[in-house]
Design a protein around this ligand. Structure first.
Ligand code: 5AD
Ligand code: SF4
Length: 469
């Protein structure tokens, strides 16, 4: 059967559903994990909507539920399994409901088998790289009520798939997929396949379309954006791609993540500086996410990271030299196998040296099949004690850095109503700081200038100075 025939079967079903029920069947995609998964979920929703489904706000009442899972840490997997378990009663109430589980967790054979055996009400299991086959999977369930298990057998880039974005003014653009780095703690290379870059023309045309639709913030995504192009071009890298993107006219800002320090180049910093400094409306956000993972050179070696703390610090000083007020954030893993108190203290030293604007810290989690799983493990109690010491240190640094904003007027992209206070709006400045302020709802989706009056560890608060015209 052809792709069109699969789609026709699903469309016939959704049309029939509409005739009988007077509304379209709902699709709800729940995302676990990273921004790449969020981007993938927007594609899955886009495909379902094109097949005649309507986006739903929750699992309740939806006819198609897709869980897009994460495998980076065990906690994320346990959460996905537990929420999948809760779908059983929804399926009992509505046996026609179709349940799919996809993404990194089930791209691992042992997890696929768990779902297959212990969650019989899950109809479809697929991996991370075959979103375009969703019509085929759905048609199989609709026509034959068969269960479908489809681990990835190809990692071809799929262009031109429909996307239903969560936001009208913020967008993700994947520029590459997969990872070849095999950091010894990480499961990503096993579940997302080898690194492959999208063609520059496809990326540029997607960015152009987004800008013409009025999108204000575009985040370029990849496991290691700094090695963009390696699989495609001899002489065109991430810095060249950024240069080309910045030539696209419009009122928008570019962010990117994640950068591997071993591949971060001076050329990239120069391109950022050229497109972010000396401008009242910088094209590239002055913000850089540079995962350190550990401050101990011994541990970095065991992690297979291919840089030393010395290389890392010299890149940071080049970055700060060219873009003095750049915000730098990082990822740190605490309690990697064999980490000693001395190793850990070296990580604290790095936090004091770099003085990150923000950090994301993780307790090491054993991932089956990775080299670090076989190394000598640090006891849980030691890991959590180190974790809280590190958090205390970084919290005090974040607070001190945030305090420097008090009195400044910040340009903020207004994202929505604050989750903790419905009278307040919330947004982010160029440096990715969360900013709360009072303002009209109509500001959501546009830039506003906010005078900062108060600093806390995780956010800033201020007063609307002016709306951008
Ligand atoms: N345990 C804990 N944290 C991990 N990360 C990746 N793998 C693991 C693991 N096994 C963290 C890294 C990475 C971030 C996305 O998740 O810090 O940068
Ligand atoms: Fe995982 Fe390392 Fe690849 Fe990042 S660079 S996805 S941490 S293997």
């Amino acid at each position: 059967m052809t792709e069109n025939e699969f789609s026709s079967i699903v469309k016939e079903y959704t049309d029939r559903y509409f005739l009988i029920n007077g509304k379209r069947p709902g699709v709800f995609v729940r995302t676990f994990g990273c921004q790449q998964n969020e981007a993938d979920s927007e594609i899955l929703t886009g495909i379902a909507v094109e097949l005649g489904y309507e986006k739903a706000d929750s699992e309740n009442g939806a006819e198609l539920v897709i869980f897009n899972t994460c495998a980076v840490r065990e906690h994320a997997e346990l959460k996905a399994l537990s929420i999948t378990g809760q779908l059983k009663h929804l399926k009992n109430a509505n046996p026609d409901m179709i349940i799919a589980v996809c993404g990194c967790m089930v791209a691992q054979e042992h997890r696929l088998n768990t779902i297959r055996q212990s969650y019989p009400y899950v109809d479809i299991i697929f991996g991370t790289a075959s979103h375009s086959r969703l019509p085929e999977y759905l048609s199989g369930v609709i026509r034959d009520r068969e269960r479908i298990f489809s681990p990835d057998d190809s990692y071809e880039i799929e262009e031109g798939l429909p996307v239903k974005r969560e936001s009208d003014f913020k967008a993700w653009v994947s520029i590459m997929y997969g990872c070849d780095n095999f950091c010894t703690y990480c499961v990503v290379p096993y579940v997302r396949g080898r690194e492959r870059s999208r063609r520059r023309e496809d990326i540029l045309s997607e960015v152009r379309t987004l800008v013409s639709e009025g999108v204000k913030e575009i985040t370029l995504l990849g496991q290691n954006v700094n090695s963009y192009g390696k699989t495609l071009y001899d002489n065109y890298d991430f810095a060249d791609l950024l240069t080309d993107i910045c030539k696209i006219e419009g009122d928008y800002i570019i962010r990117f993540m994640t950068s591997h320090p071993k591949d971060a180049t001076k050329k990239l910093v120069d391109v950022m500086a050229a497109n972010s400094t000396n401008q009242s409306r910088p094209r590239i956000a002055r913000s850089f996410h540079l995962p350190l993972q550990s401050g101990s050179d011994d541990i970095l070696k065991k992690m297979n990271r291919h840089y030393s703390t010395e290389n890392y610090l010299s890149f940071v000083s080049y970055l700060r030299d060219k873009i003095p007020d750049i915000a730098i954030s990082t990822d740190i893993i605490v309690g990697f196998p064999t980490e000693t108190e001395e190793d850990f203290e070296k990580t604290l030293e790095m936090l004091n040296k770099v003085r990150y604007d923000a950090f994301f810290s993780f307790i090491y989690s054993i991932r089956q099949g990775t080299p670090a799983a076989k190394m000598e493990q640090v006891p849980d109690k030691v890991k959590s004690e180190r974790f809280s010491r590190m958090l205390d240190l970084q919290n005090s640094i974040s607070l001190e850095k945030n305090a420097l904003y008090v009195g400044n007027t910040e340009r903020v992209l207004v994202e929505g109503i604050s989750k903790t206070d419905s009278d307040m709006l919330t947004g982010r400045n160029e440096k990715n700081r969360l900013v709360h302020f009072k303002g009209k709802e109509c500001l959501i989706g546009s830039f506003a200038y906010v005078k900062i009056t108060r600093a806390d560890t995780y956010c800033l608060t201020g007063e609307l100075a002016k709306e951008e015209t």
